[in-house]
Design a protein around this ligand. Structure first.
Ligand code: NAP
Length: 277
């Protein structure tokens, strides 16, 4: 990489950021597109100090992760429609000193599910946190039938009243014919790779199973689903999709980067999977 006086600094903010893959993914794409910029990780316990740094250094693109996705809203000058609906931000773009907040997790989910028919399909959603909210937003838009399963039932109820669908418990699982199963919890994430959010569940080859966890790529949940012949989608797809949208917003691109011939999606997946444990 050629770093010079024109190189821009972008950031990922969160705390901790020990396992973030955003610097690798972003900086690789910048290089591919010839954008003179790097993205570096800034873990810090003081969000106000991070916002001050973004403003002082005129940082154009900031990717926001846990635990700041909701807290950062108070610093956003202009909210996208998705942010207004979800009250969560994963992207800050600074234009003329103003902070524009976006939620490209929505785009990442749409990208990961782009080959899957959602309308009128029964979708089992495991978990009811921020990522589940973004999923509910996408599924509602696509008129899917939602079934919410979460450790804390009250949180599932909040999302069901926001995005529609029914709240279920583990004992209802056997009676539900789920076309699509989506894990939005961190269960199965490194280092707890021997855990799955669904134990003793009979997957079928007609199902599609999407795990938002992207480290490891092949989670136990996806291994279980694959051995029953189900279609599986890794969280890596969502991770790449949300990052591509961040770059489109930053660069004001009108054509989706996923269709840009310079972007080799398979190579990006290999890059991430090669480095993810
Ligand atoms: P969050 O807001 O903290 O929500 C986590 C959800 O998981 C909550 O509903 C929580 O249940 C449930 N949960 C956590 N640990 C559990 C356990 N041991 N047993 C049962 N349920 C458990 O987190 P988030 O922002 O939604 O993120 C969730 C996952 O999605 C993370 O693994 C994150 O890495 C992944 N993610 C991936 C991408 C991507 O690009 N691939 C993007 C965003 C997020 P309670 O409600 O009972 O607490």
């Amino acid at each position: 990489m050629n770093i010079n006086q024109k190189t821009r600094l972008n950031m990922v903010i969160g705390n901790p950021l020990d396992h973030t893959q955003s610097p690798l993914l972003h900086t690789t794409i910048y290089e591919t597109l010839g954008l003179p910029a790097v993205l570096l990780a800034f873990p810090h316990a003081d969000l106000a100090a991070l916002i001050m740094a973004i403003k002082t250094l005129s940082v154009e693109l900031t990717t926001v992760t846990m635990p700041y996705k909701e807290q950062v809203l108070q610093y956003v000058d202009v909210q996208s429609a998705e942010v207004q609906a979800l009250k969560a931000v994963n992207t800050l773009i600074q234009r003329d000193g103003k902070l524009y907040g976006y939620n490209t997790d929505v785009n990442g989910i749409e990208y990961a599910l782009s080959n899957i028919e959602l309308t009128e399909k029964n979708v089992l959603i495991i978990g009811a946190g921020g990522a589940a909210g973004a999923l509910g937003y996408v599924l509602k838009k696509n008129q899917a039938n939602l079934f919410w399963l979460n450790r804390t039932v009250d949180k599932a109820q909040v999302l069901a009243s926001e995005f529609g669908g029914a709240v279920i418990t583990a004992k209802d699982l056997a009676e539900l014919t789920a076309d699509i199963i989506i894990n939005t919890t961190p269960i199965g994430m490194y280092p707890d790779v021997k855990q799955s959010p669904l134990t003793a569940y009979e997957f079928t080859r007609k199902q599609t199973v999407f795990d938002m966890v992207y480290n490891p790529v092949d989670t136990l949940l996806l291994k279980q689903a694959k051995s029953a012949g189900a279609t599986v989608i890794s969280g890596v797809e969502m991770f790449i999709g949300q990052a591509l949208r961040q770059i489109e917003l930053w660069q004001n691109l009108t054509k989706p980067l996923a269709t840009d011939s310079r972007i080799n999606l398979l190579k990006l997946k290999k890059l991430l999977t090669g480095t993810i444990k």
